[in-house]
Design a protein around this ligand. Structure first.
Ligand SMILES: NC(=O)C1=CN([C@@H]2O[C@H](COP(=O)(O)OP(=O)(O)OC[C@H]3O[C@@H](n4cnc5c(N)ncnc54)[C@H](OP(=O)(O)O)[C@@H]3O)[C@@H](O)[C@H]2O)C=CC1
Ligand SMILES: CCCCCCCCCCCCCCCC(=O)[C@@H](N)CO
Length: 304
């Protein structure tokens, strides 16, 4: 093969998978799937009672007991303490995330900071705390480790209402690309997942405050099921994919925004090379329709 990094398979059976935000939505679905596949699973989130409920739900569905860790990812000491008390991690899934869509001009700096601190800084705190033991584990076991990061399609294209959220998610891509260079020699492999709208408790909350134009753009596709996103994510992790798209638009978006991301598969590299130019055209068509919607919306609200 001419590709580098080389193709890799990351086994889950018997290995320790830590899922942040594992008490709800996509994270819960992912933790459940990993447990069903025979992994030892830990879930981390803030609220201990929601963690307990998730643990009960996973036991009921799989018969497996997951470990629970209560910590706020914004607090680096709390994260280090939680990870220090847990077993060394083989697969770290940074899935926690918060989203408060609003026009930047109306959004408070506290809300902006909240999203950046949880989504971006929280992921730094986790990786810093987990990496030394992960490297050690990969070395001793001879098995590849994985760091998976939950981004969003709003981490591939900026969307109305998501200035702060998109910034936090775009930031994760820079982190992921740079980190892959740094940990490849330690046999640790990075996966970035880009889900569309997904039916979760978090999305239900978001819908109460989503600006009309954000609905027009992000809501033009139907929401995916959390379990379908979890399945895509887990398959991507197991095959060491750097970028994981989740639905049809997701594949278009992946090719359109592929940039200089690493690619392990010759076939996919070929698809990217052939697809990039045409996807620029498709992307411009999407932008055209989005700006048209925005223009119409402004015309309507001014006259109405
Ligand atoms: N749902 C969607 O439409 C999409 C979601 N995503 C991304 O997927 C991920 C999961 O989303 P979703 O399942 O909808 O989220 P939910 O809101 O349903 O769940 C979020 C999880 O993250 C935890 N969490 C939130 N803040 C913190 C914190 N400060 N420290 C530790 N844990 C925290 C929550 O637990 P607790 O509150 O107890 O801490 C909960 O377990 C997020 O990163 C999101 O950005 C991406 C694209 C679309
Ligand atoms: C070249 C082809 C382009 C194809 C375009 C596809 C459409 C992209 C729309 C982006 C929507 C962003 C949803 C964010 C979901 C999310 O993260 C939240 N639910 C949380 O706030």
């Amino acid at each position: 093969a001419i590709v580098r990094p080389r193709p890799v398979r990351i086994p889950l059976k018997g290995r320790h998978v830590l899922v942040t935000g594992g008490s709800s939505g996509i994270g819960l679905a992912l933790a459940l799937r990993a447990a069903a596949e025979g992994a030892r699973v830990s879930i981390l989130a803030r609220d201990p009672s929601r963690l307990q409920d998730a643990r009960d739900a996973i036991r009921l569905a799989t018969g497996v007991d997951v470990a629970i860790l209560a910590a706020d990812v914004r607090d680096p000491e709390a994260v280090a303490r939680a990870l220090g008390a847990a077993d060394p991690v083989d697969v770290l899934v940074c899935n926690h995330g918060v989203f408060l869509p609003q026009e930047l001009e109306r959004q408070s700096l506290e809300d902006v900071r909240f999203m950046v601190e949880v989504n971006l800084m929280g992921t730094f705190h986790l990786i810093k705390a987990a990496l030394p033991a992960m490297k050690q584990r990969a070395k001793e076991s001879g098995l590849p480790g994985s760091v998976a990061i939950m981004s969003s399609q709003a981490g591939q294209v900026g969307v109305y209402g998501y200035a702060a959220y998109s910034a936090s998610k775009f930031g994760l891509r820079g982190l992921a690309e740079a980190l892959q260079h740094e940990v490849i020699a330690d046999n640790i492999h990075i996966t970035l997942v880009f889900p569309p709208d997904t039916d979760t408790p978090g999305l239900a909350e978001e819908h109460k405050r989503r600006p009309e134009i954000t609905k027009l753009i992000a809501g033009s596709q139907g929401g995916m099921k959390a379990d379908d996103v979890a399945k895509k994510a887990l398959n991507g992790i197991k095959s060491g994919q750097f970028v994981v798209a989740c639905n049809f638009e997701g594949y278009l978006l992946y090719v359109a925004t592929v940039g200089l991301s690493p690619q392990r598969s010759c076939l996919m590299a070929f698809v990217e090379i052939l697809g990039v130019g045409f996807m620029r055209f498709v992307g411009l068509c999407y932008q055209w329709s989005w700006f048209t919607s925005i223009e119409k919306w402004h015309a309507k609200t001014k006259s109405g």
